[in-house]
Design a binder for this molecule. Structure first.
Ligand code: PLP
Length: 455
């Protein structure tokens, strides 16, 4: 682990010198939000304005320094301004910023590297600049490869907000308002296994994966015209709250897909490149998808995403042109190549597994100690704490989630807003000391919220 470059900036964090949000943040938020519309709840619930980031820290315009427990929404996974990654982006910004989709040496080096590290023969690649476009390309590829039209995806997955991507995701009110009252024709949703809230259970109360698969089989027969191009899903649900399926789910789903000639499309935009302790999250279940999307961590903050299919479909991909002004530009390719090299050179996967296990042990202790923690979940550094009003009824405790988010933020933890599931995605370079510190701040906030609600 190469921590020499970020340790100094992390000394003495959190370092909070004003009330939060500070006066400068409040003034700038007011100015900016006159024109910037549709801000996320992350910002609305805690309107601070950041001006720099380094390693595992973020500093706002009032001089307060925070511990980063969100990695810029699962993006800056290898630390803010990692010298190797930012350095190469700066070099290419001064050398060659864009030349459409001409092959460049840096792009060729990246695709060689990707083919080398990705499992199986996932090696036919197209580059984009945001996750949504990569997902959209995956949907186009699935139709072209299979010659079929329909898609099945899962309740509460998130895949982006274009027409196709939103059609395979939970539809929030905001999406319905802008896209109309329904998803695109031929897009269907099914429930996916959630071990804490199983819909299908065995007689002993544990989750019944087989029953989910049986339901899908029935659904294909009765609810579709059996013309399904792909089953599209997140390997583990990020937005929904770090929810992982049982270990037998993906192997069984893959078999079902093979039986019906359905492609398995794993959207690894959020889970990919080490976040869960494996390069691809699907690696936890030794399942190689037919189509994969990567984004977020891929450029460590520089916008670069990829849609990748298995080699046997490469010829078909040849016929679907990329059509992206920015996808795969030299800065993007350099950032992605450097990110993958950092994963290898800095033993990132091992660190994620070690720190993830440590945090999971801590979270299990917290679950015992706190009446409002119903469940703790996750793998690697994609973690969640589910808050409930009562452990027996499991009634979601959204009001508490929002308050814990705000309280921990005001103690100096920059993180992701919650409904009733607190979501944690610290940088993958974090060490034991700072991981524990982040969890201390969260536990303090939970204790305070419990008191406020009379627990
Ligand atoms: C699983 C998944 N797919 C796709 C997207 C969309 O990516 P982007 O916001 O880069 O368009 C996201 C974004 O959070 C995501 O989590």
């Amino acid at each position: 682990m190469n921590d020499s470059w970020w340790k100094k900036s992390a000394e003495n964090i959190p370092h909070i010198i004003t009330e939060l949000p500070g006066p400068n943040s409040t003034a700038l938020s007011k100015k900016g939000s006159r024109f910037i519309k549709g801000l996320s709840s992350q910002v609305k619930l805690f309107p601070v304005c950041f001006e720099k980031g380094h390693g595992i820290t973020l500093t706002d315009i009032d001089g307060n320094t925070y511990l980063d427990f969100s990695s810029g929404i699962y993006v800056t996974s290898f630390g803010h301004c990692h010298p190797k990654i930012s350095g190469t982006v700066a070099h290419w910004a001064n050398t060659l910023m864009n030349c459409h989709d001409f092959i460049t040496p840096i792009k060729e080096a990246l695709v060689e590297k990707m083919a080398d590290v990705l499992p199986g023969n996932l090696n036919a690649v197209q580059f984009y600049s945001d996750g949504t476009s990569a997902v959209e390309a995956g949907l186009r590829a699935a139709r072209a490869i299979s010659g079929k039209q329909e898609f099945i995806s899962c309740y509460r997955d998130f895949h982006g907000k274009s027409m196709g991507a939103v059609s395979c995701a939970r539809m929030a009110r905001a999406d319905v308002l802008s896209y109309g009252p329904s998803r695109n024709a031929g897009f269907y949703m099914v429930p996916r296994p959630d071990m804490y809230r199983p819909l299908f259970k065995k007689s002993d109360g544990t989750i019944d994966t087989e029953a989910y698969i049986d339901f899908y089989e029935e659904f294909i027969k009765e609810g579709t015209v059996n013309n399904i191009a792909a089953f599209v899903l997140e390997p583990a649900q990020g937005w929904a709250g770090s929810i992982f399926p049982p270990d037998d789910f993906f192997p069984k789903l893959k078999k079902l897909c093979e039986k019906h000639g359905i492609l398995l499309f794993a959207d690894e935009i959020l889970t990919g490149l080490g976040r869960t302790g494996k390069l691809l999250c699907m690696g936890h279940w030794n399942t190689i998808p037919d189509i994969v999307t990567l984004g977020k961590s891929l450029g460590n903050g520089f916008p670069v995403t990829a849609m990748i299919v298995r080699e046997e479909y490469a010829d078909i991909l040849e016929d679907i042109s990329v059509s992206s002004s920015y996808g795969g530009n030299p800065m993007a390719c350099a950032a992605a190549l450097a990110s993958i090299q950092v994963i290898e050179e800095e033993n990132i996967l091992e660190n994620v597994r070690t720190i993830g296990a440590l945090l999971m042990r801590r979270m299990k202790k917290m679950q015992q100690a706190h009446p409002i923690i119903g469940d703790v979940k996750g793998k690697g550094l994609l973690l969640g704490i589910e808050l409930v009003k009562d452990k027996a009824s499991k009634e979601p405790f959204d009001e508490a989630g929002k308050l814990v988010y705000q309280k921990a933020f005001s103690k100096g933890l920059a993180w992701i807003p919650a409904g009733h599931i607190l979501r944690m995605s610290p940088p993958l370079i974090i060490d034991e000391k700072y991981a524990s510190l982040g969890m201390d701040l969260i536990e303090e906030a939970i204790s305070e919220v419990e008191k406020e609600f009379g627990y």
